[in-house]
Design a protein around this ligand. Structure first.
Ligand code: SAM
Ligand code: SF4
Length: 349
């Protein structure tokens, strides 16, 4: 995390004297996740209903210029890391242009994306050329039939081709996100973990979070069950032997607890938002595709900034909005039954 030192300036472009965004509990914000669209070419069971969600009209979404204005204001107060997400970011037309615009914002030294990978075969080289540094690809199964059951659209072969293209384009380290769903894909945890034996990928096991659209699917109502990451970790350890904990260096710190199979080339990340909330470490703000700043995915409360952007986009007003959003951040997010309705694809997962 930047501390305003000369090292920061060199590493993150963070300028001493800039006022950082902080909340009531002493957390400072250096990371902004940007949802660029609510649209998606898949319908993952844990994220959206099969028929999709009512897509927002184009004018509701922030333009590229508006997104860049927000990111410039965020960079002026110490944000150095941006993740482009959605919805599916690759379905937003001209995404490589936006990527290039964000890569050129002074102070942004870490530009990443989360994608379902379906269109990555085509986009990986363009994104890398535009300045994208790293990529997370969501992939919940290695079985083509199950892929259709979980994602309901698209096909596994395209995602695997996307992963290969990301590697070839140098978008390293490639991270693979798997949401572990009891009764659907939990038995594949070992197969996913095995991918790290030979390849320097980070395999991330994500606990299901009960957000609005998929709530009805979880917990035994005909869909899937919740699997705590301790269970996933134990089944991987039973297959590969005791896992080794890894020290995570600066720039890698985050919600994932990182482990390794002895002798493996890659790493295992466990993101346990529900069973072991990592709120204390959470240094992220979120920009929704409709122009709201939020400081927590699992708690209510956002600050509307589209009117600021469309009324001249004064930097001071944007920074004041970031601060208000930061102060809405709870010390720890709400418990399972109290998580308010929210739409993951609009907020940006
Ligand atoms: N469409 C892109 C993708 O799937 O990677 C980016 C957006 S998606 C909302 C971002 C991440 O959120 C994905 O890794 C997805 O698996 C995860 N996600 C979506 N709904 C979730 C839920 N209810 N619980 C846990 N993770 C979820
Ligand atoms: Fe689309 Fe990503 Fe949600 Fe799946 S998780 S439906 S790919 S936005």
């Amino acid at each position: 995390m930047p501390d305003g030192s000369l090292t920061d300036l060199l590493r993150h472009g963070y300028l001493p004297g800039q006022e950082r965004i902080a909340d009531a509990y002493g957390r400072t914000f250096t990371y902004l996740r940007v949802s660029v669209t609510d649209h998606c070419n898949l319908r993952c069971v844990y994220c959206m209903p099969e028929e999709g969600v009512p897509w927002l009209p184009r004018e509701e979404l922030l333009s590229f210029e508006e997104i860049v204005t927000v990111v410039q204001a965020a960079a002026a107060c110490g944000v150095y890391k941006i993740r482009i997400t959605g919805g599916e970011p690759l379905v937003r037309k001209g995404i490589e242009t936006l990527t290039g615009m964000l890569a050129r914002v002074p102070g942004i030294t870490d530009l990443a994306m989360t994608t379902n990978g379906v269109m990555l075969g085509e986009y990986a080289p363009k994104l890398a050329a535009a300045g994208l540094k790293r990529i997370n690809v969501s992939l919940d199964t290695l079985d083509p039939e199950k892929f259709r059951a979980i994602a309901r659209r698209g096909n596994l072969g395209d995602v695997l081709a996307g992963l290969r293209a990301a590697e070839a384009a140098g978008l390293a380290p490639v991270k693979v996100n798997m949401v572990v769903l009891g009764g659907l894909n939990d038995a594949e945890a070992e197969a996913f973990a095995a991918l790290t034996l030979e390849q320097p990928v980070e395999m991330r096991f994500i606990e299901y979070m009960p957000l609005e659209e998929a709530k009805g699917c979880a917990m035994g109502s005909g869909g899937f069950g919740f699997v705590p990451n301790e269970t996933t970790k134990a089944r991987i350890a039973a297959r590969f032997g005791a896992l080794e904990p890894l020290e995570v260096g600066d720039g890698m710190k985050g919600p994932a607890e990182v482990w390794k199979i002895r002798g493996a080339a890659g790493r295992l990340g466990f993101i346990s938002a529900m069973s072991a909330p990592f709120c204390k470490l959470c240094d992220r703000l979120r920009l929704t595709c409709t122009g709201e700043v939020r400081s927590c995915l699992l708690d209510g409360g956002g600050v509307e900034i589209k009117s600021i952007l469309r009324g001249g986009g004064r930097r001071d007003d944007l920074i004041a909005a970031f601060r208000r959003a930061a102060h809405l951040k709870p010390e720890v997010h709400k418990a399972w039954d109290e998580i308010p309705a929210a739409n993951m694809s609009r907020i940006g997962g």
